[in-house]
Design a protein around this ligand. Structure first.
Ligand SMILES: Cc1cc2nc3c(=O)[nH]c(=O)nc-3n(C[C@H](O)[C@H](O)[C@H](O)COP(=O)(O)OP(=O)(O)OC[C@H]3O[C@@H](n4cnc5c(N)ncnc54)[C@H](O)[C@@H]3O)c2cc1C
Length: 356
């Protein structure tokens, strides 16, 4: 779609058509706002992801009216150590997660946005100006701008919205994922731990599982599969649906959550690691919060709302990274966790509690 009349003042321009940006757009349109989204990657972009949506993400999608997409429910997480010992952790309350291929989720979000009249412009937005009473993006005017550009784009840096604090000296984490054509063998997401990293198995469709691997060391997908012999054996003769694709480094911090008429949502506002599988939940919830504060004319409350949504994630991810980081006696950490299953179970219940 091409840009409309530039004298036409929108309520909200969103840059980024991922989970956060589309949540802001859908919620905004449902609340009566006039919304335009710029996205560089297109509707069927298959972003590298573990593809497990935690219960708060499922609730957020229900609120947005995004439904009818192909997915597989899961009841919780099964943690497996190198000796094959398993711990099953289930969600708080009646919580259910869903596995969904990233491209499928994205197409469902875009379709819902279009149904609600959101204008989607398929190109990268690079030119952003702020006047006293409005934002101007690629010549289009709006009262507010939501930046939901994820962790990779340079726009935040260009707008001086990236964190300028010196980076901590810890090494980077890398994540890779690949899809295998196989019948899911569990109704749980499985997390396999090895000395080198973690492997996540997420059922996403009747004949498809997502295999995602996270590690502190650089790796190729094939070599990392050797770290997890139990999974390699299951997938020995499998047909792979795509090539491995990933992200490094995983961590990113925004400098501020809002400045003037600009609000940051999703990974653009801050992302630490994918280990808790919450990125989409936080992206959807923060996108919804952006639209809510604009509709309520209370954008000064956004930072507090964002902190309420994300604080558990920051606390639990920092703890999780500490347990897994190199230099730590990782084997000892795993030994403790598998002798005290209440730690893993309690963490998952803590994280899957809904924010009200
Ligand atoms: C390896 C890995 C595994 C993960 N596993 C999980 C998991 O199992 N469950 C989970 O919930 N989360 C997981 N996550 C996290 C999750 O993928 C992210 O938190 C989520 O995608 C954030 O959504 P977002 O909308 O903020 O950003 P994105 O999904 O990255 O979307 C950003 C969008 O902005 C567009 N864009 C950027 N700049 C511009 C520009 N200047 N102009 C126009 N468009 C622009 C891009 O094209 C893109 O479409 C994982 C992440 C990784 C890396």
């Amino acid at each position: 779609m091409t840009a409309g009349n530039s004298d036409n003042i929108r309520d909200l321009i969103v840059i980024g058509g991922g989970s956060a940006g589309m949540a802001a757009a859908i919620r905004g349109a449902a609340l009566g706002l006039k919304v335009t989204v710029f996205d560089a990657a297109g509707e069927d972009f298959d972003k590298p992801c573990g593809e497990g949506l935690m219960p708060p993400a499922v609730t957020a999608l229900e609120l947005l009216g995004v439904k009818g997409f192909e997915s597989r429910p899961f009841r919780g997480i099964t943690y497996v150590n190198e000796a094959g010992q398993k711990i099953h952790a289930t969600f708080a309350g009646d919580g259910v997660g869903v596995g969904v291929r990233r491209r499928v989720l994205r197409m469902a979000l875009w379709s819902r946005a279009r149904d609600l009249g959101v204008e989607i412009i398929h190109r990268r937005a690079a030119e952003v100006r702020e006047t006293t009473d409005m934002m101007v993006v690629e010549g289009l005017k709006a009262r507010y701008l939501c930046l939901a550009t994820g962790i990779r784009d340079t726009l935040l840096r260009d707008l001086d919205l990236n964190d300028r604090r010196p980076k901590k000296s810890r090494p980077h984490r890398t994540g890779l994922r690949r899809h295998a054509r196989v019948n899911p063998w569990s109704d749980m997401v499985e997390v396999y731990w090895s000395e080198h990293g973690e492997l996540y198995v997420t059922p996403v469709a009747p004949e498809l599982v997502n295999i995602a691997i996270l590690s502190w060391q650089p790796f190729t997908f094939d070599e990392a599969m050797n770290w997890f012999p139990a999974v390699s054996a299951k997938l020995k003769d499998v047909t792979w649906d795509d090539t491995a694709s990933g992200v490094s480094p995983l961590a990113h911090r925004g400098r501020s959550l809002n400045r003037g008429r600009i609000l940051l949502a999703g990974d653009a506002a801050g992302f630490l690691d994918a280990m808790t599988g919450e990125g989409n939940a936080l992206a959807l919830q923060s996108g919804i919060a952006v639209a809510d504060v604009i509709a309520e004319n209370s954008i000064d409350t956004y930072s507090a709302r964002w902190r309420k949504i994300t604080w558990r994630y920051w606390v639990m991810t920092e703890i999780g990274l500490w347990f897994t980081r190199p230099g730590m006696p990782r084997r000892f950490s795993l030994w403790v966790l598998f002798r005290l299953p209440i730690l893993l179970n309690g963490s998952l219940r803590f994280l899957s509690n809904e924010v009200h």
